[in-house]
Write a new protein. Structure first.
Length: 303
């Protein structure tokens, strides 16, 4: 994957690159085993796509540990963070660190990652063409309209040779950064949840993993994607998020441990992602450190 991240983000990812070696060990186990973890508590967890097979397994596994999980399903990515900030839910699990950083900076809120789940490649799909090279010059390709996924999608298009980004590409790239004179295709931005129904109207589109099935596709249908194992992709690891005051909540950390270690949950996660997701167990402190550095980078970029 070819990316030119800003200095602060590069420092964050370089410092956290070794975290990928933690995939085979549990980082939440000590805190999750804390005897102060509450049993009999109902925890509302906001998700996008609660019908995904990992979630029923997660609810059942939590129940065996004395924790009742109530899944709250949201139809778009814009909803779970405000709901968490307003106390309508206790946790959410739908986003990566970059998305959370941009939300915190824009809203002035302080949501924090309390555990990692997996990192997923972001794919380019088409109903008309079987490979990137088949897409004719001048055609239109769609990307998500939210800032973090739009930037990541543009990086995928650039690595696939479809566009050129004036800055070379970063987590802040947007449509204005597309060098139209040097790009093979035109790019348009659409709400992520609407892209699947719009796919027949464009040559190809970047589709978030939650909506691939809605387009009648599988993850194997992607004609291009980024590399989730690249250390520079760490800010795109998916996380459980909670209000800052609850970042050390033992019950929430127990739920993270359950998600990361329960066999049925992990099988469901693999099925939901078409075996494309890469499960990661990253210490909450490392996730929070990365978030802080990405937030600083976002703030500097705004300035």
């Amino acid at each position: 994957m070819s990316r030119k991240l800003t200095t602060a983000l590069a420092a964050a990812t370089a410092a956290a690159a070794l975290v990928f070696s933690l995939v085979g060990c549990s980082s939440a186990s000590n805190a999750a085993s804390d005897p102060t973890a509450e049993t009999g508590k109902t925890v509302k967890v906001g998700v996008v796509g609660k019908s995904d097979p990992q979630w029923p397994a997660f609810v059942e596994a939590a129940k065996k540990e004395g924790i009742t999980v109530e899944l709250v399903d949201f139809g778009s990515y814009e909803q779970p963070n405000p709901a968490l900030s307003e106390g309508e839910i206790d946790l959410n699990q739908f986003q990566h660190i970059v998305y959370l950083a941009q939300y915190n900076v824009k809203s002035g809120k302080d949501l924090q990652p309390v555990g990692s789940t997996a990192i997923y490649p972001l794919g380019l799909y088409s109903k008309k063409y079987k490979s990137v090279k088949d897409i004719p010059a001048g055609e239109t390709v769609a990307v998500p309209d939210d800032a973090s996924n739009q930037a990541r999608g543009l990086l995928v298009l650039q690595s696939a040779g479809l566009i050129t980004l004036k800055s070379g590409g970063s987590i802040f790239s947007d449509l204005a950064d597309v060098d139209t004179a040097k790009s093979k295709v035109k790019v348009t931005a659409l709400e992520a949840a609407l892209i699947p129904t719009s796919l027949p109207d464009v040559a190809a589109a970047i589709i978030n993993n939650d909506f691939v099935k809605d387009a009648g596709l599988t993850f194997k249908d992607a004609i291009a994607q980024d590399d989730p194992k690249d250390p520079n992709a760490l800010p795109y690891v998916n996380i459980f998020a909670a209000p800052a005051k609850e970042k050390d909540n033992a019950t929430y950390q127990k739920l993270v441990e359950i998600f990361q270690t329960d066999e049925a949950v992990q099988k469901g996660l693999a099925k939901a992602s078409g075996d494309t997701g890469v499960p990661l167990k990253i210490a909450p402190a490392e996730l929070q450190k990365t978030l802080t550095k990405v937030e600083a980078d976002v703030t500097a970029h705004k300035g």
